[in-house]
Design a protein around this ligand. Sequence first.
Ligand SMILES: Cc1ncc(COP(=O)(O)O)c(C=O)c1O
Length: 431
Amino acid sequence: MSQSASSFEFSLAGRKLAARSGILALMDDMGRALTLDPQMRMLGGGNPAVVPGLQALVRERMAELVADAGGFERMMVSYDPPQGNPRFLRALAELLRRTYGWDIGPQNLAITCGGQSAFFFLFNLLAGRFDGGRRKKILLPLAPEYIGYADQGLEPDFFVACRPAIEWPQGREGNVFKYTIDFAAVERALARGNIGAIAASRPTNPTGNVLTDAEVARLSALAAAHDIPLILDNAYGAPFPGLMFTPAKPFWAPHVILALSLSKLGLPGTRTGIVIAPEPVAMAITSLTAVVGLANGTIGQQIVLPWVESGKILELGPKILRPFYAEKAAAAAGWAREFLDAAGVDWALHAHEGAFFHWLWLKNLRIPTLELYERLKARKVLTVPGEHFFFGLEEDWPHRHECLRLNFSREAEVVREGYRLIAEEAAKAAR
Ligand SMILES: Cc1ncc(COP(=O)(O)O)c(C=O)c1O
């Protein structure tokens, strides 16, 4: 019997992964905006800016690689082992040992095709279905959390998330708020006994929040007490790219899994993720890489190799990226205040402690931000509605419909006009 392509049946896992997920819609809108619609003001997506000082270094290094006949051929024509390039792994383990005193070696590292793949592997290794019909979930101690995790579970109902406490560091009039972990909620979730790992991004995408050293130490202690790993997603954080504007120590412990990436350093096109983990986890990631993709991209590792060997990679954030993004953040915060105040909107921004997003809380909207997002898209401003970031929360919370994530890393005119139009549309949609 002949079957049309549209009637092929997908497996349960296939159906779940191939559904139109939030991350797919986001990447689609962003990709279209960047390629097909030059008029669109792109405040959505997680693309880093073209940071001139950093791109100059990358170009210089590329020229060096292209000129080095043996090196260039090795980079382009050879598969690396699935764990990653052995010289890169040695250099990175050595850098982390000598800089932070972490007791790790190359056996604790695994390269992946971007941090995104690292999380798909880690989450599905540590949560889902287990022997004897047991099920485990990933605990997100603070929602909102990174949209890219939301659809990664091979099983439904994969995450449990905790609503945060809200603080006003400059008093209520300051228009600046900060989420902090509600540890009573975290302990209640852990007490259910079905958590496979605790996971948090630091800095957090979407909010730019940086969990404090005390919060991380407490999460680490809770994870250790429950004999589960703590996964820290440092895609924007320490040791690199170091996009943090508040003091925060890089954290590692034997039961901690760190995920790093070269993307926010300015190299998302190379798709390079790095997992630092207990050896059995690093080896499991290596096996998954072999099964799913044989090996990883070589180019990112080769570009940054000398910077890892010399330690220069740790200086790029503080010296080049931070001043660049700090200026962007300050200009955008100024426009937020100017336009939202003038429009009479009741607003607040999350404290900008890291990454390159503003998390805008619009407190008196008549419509959910999903609807505001559509209205803004019609006015050629692309944002990300807050609803996508609250997955895993068991109760509804009106706050989840009141926030927008804004990437302020593009050209000043684009961001300024984008913030102006957001204020205009937020005022029209106000109660
Ligand atoms: C918090 C966080 N983690 C992980 C990633 C994945 O990045 P990549 O796959 O480019 O390394 C991103 C990308 O935006 C992110 O924001």
